[in-house]
Design a protein. Structure first.
Length: 82
């Protein structure tokens, strides 16, 4: 059951990050990928800063923050290349 929650949180975090950064989502599969990678990035950032989150909402916040940072980095790389 945990993997299902992980996928749901990842998809939701990717969707929220897409809405906050670009004004719209990227579709289910890309949102899921961005959210899952964002959860890892967010976990690393929160751990580095000494921030601890618990529960479903904490996981969603961590994943969303990580996904926003991930999208911001991708946007910066795109601007440098183009």
């Amino acid at each position: 059951m945990n993997i299902i929650w992980f996928l749901i949180i990842g998809a939701l975090a990717g969707f929220l990050a897409g809405k906050l950064m670009k004004g719209g989502g990227f579709g289910l599969w890309v949102n899921l990928a961005v959210g899952i990678i964002g959860a890892v990035v967010g976990g690393f950032i929160f751990n580095f800063l000494g921030i601890s989150t618990n529960g479903l909402i904490g996981s969603l916040i961590t994943a969303t923050v990580g996904a926003i940072v991930l999208l911001w980095i991708v946007d910066m790389v795109k601007k440098k290349q183009g």
